[in-house]
Write a protein that binds this ligand. Sequence first.
Ligand code: FES
Ligand SMILES: [Fe+2]
Length: 450
Amino acid sequence: MTDVLPDARLLGGITRESAATPTLSSDTPITGDRYYTQEFMQREWDHLWTKVWLIAGMVNQLPNAGDYFTFEIGRESIICSRAADGRIRAFYNVCQHRGNRLVSAEVGSLHGGEFQCAYHGWRFGADGRLNWVYCEEDFPQGSPCGKRNLVEIPCDTWAGFVWINMDEGCVSLQEYLEPIAGQLDCYRMERMKRTHWVTLDADFNWKCVQDNFNESYHLPYVHPQTLPVMNEHYTGCQFDMYPTGHARMLMPGGGPGPQYTGKADRVFEGLKMELDFWELDPEPYRNDLPALRIALQQRKRELGKQKGYDFSYYSDEQLTDHYHYTVFPNVSFSMKPDGCIFLMGRPHPTDPEKCLFDMWYLTLFPEGSTEYFAQSVRDWVSIDHQVPHQRGKVGEVSCGPGIDQDVTIWYTQQAGLRSRGYRGEYLPWQERRIRFFHDNIDRYLSGSRP
Ligand code: FES
Ligand SMILES: [Fe+2]
């Protein structure tokens, strides 16, 4: 897919047209065994993970020929590399001599060299070709060079991400991402920089993550700080589910909804950084807090250009609201006017009660910016600097205060999902994207697709 956008198509922002509600199952409970049994985990591996498009990394990690990164998914490791022809390709990270894992680094550059296996020294190019073997003349069946190349899998790019698919017969990435790619293009994520990159080695099933980001019912209890600054109530939000398995939620921001009964000062405090940046005095809205959202939208329209932002790609709602997309099966993009919270769950190699949870923040810098204050480095760094990857257990690395609240819950939820006393979920209608998510998993497990 192209990353060079036909800009005129994107002017004015995302359609808010509601999607038709799909038929949802009502007779199959979402039971706890889906979150802890080896049997269900294996079915997911065979019929889901090896059939879907997955985000492996970012295009800007591979600026030059010979640059590569590796991506862990379940028991597999995938190498994504940029070859001399400029193309990014993906390969299983396994030497074709006798099966040694070829690359152990997470990121690197070949600098004109080749991937060399540590076991018997076979060398592969960034294009996957086997170029050299020790004692090449000693193969009665013929030289393996050019023959025993790395095993390539489908790979494509969209929105600045490198996507891979372990299914040779997969649909194109473009078709897979219908219709959400066309909606999200206006955020121009390919121009955003990753300014936070955390991976948790977590003790819960990956679906706890995606379930959670498929609902906003938990906000008042897990994130009470959000109540003054967004309209989290289901009556104020829009939920859409698409036939391809992806979903979205449009949640008003820039202040609370009409159901808010708290103090105006809490609203002003919660929005302080944003109000200061946009030079907006909130006092006139003390007695009409929902009007603050509209005032903030107008202010951003007035000052956007001067502050270095091109907001012509956004609708007024996008200037304040949270456009939250859950991409089947394992990614959420929570879009803000100047950034994206990126959230992803990945299966553990062997344990259904563990996963990798990735939290990235992608920042769209104002035109002309050259550096920013990086929390992880605690210093000003160039916007071209790759933020370091922090990986660890809960408590060792932080996903930021808001997401850390979600993480805490997933630990206690995983414990409860295992209980003999858990009878399966009982969902309010506003959590219907969870039902939709599990219905789509079941479709994959039965061999069909959404
Ligand atoms: S297993 Fe890689 S060279 Fe032998
Ligand atoms: Fe949350």
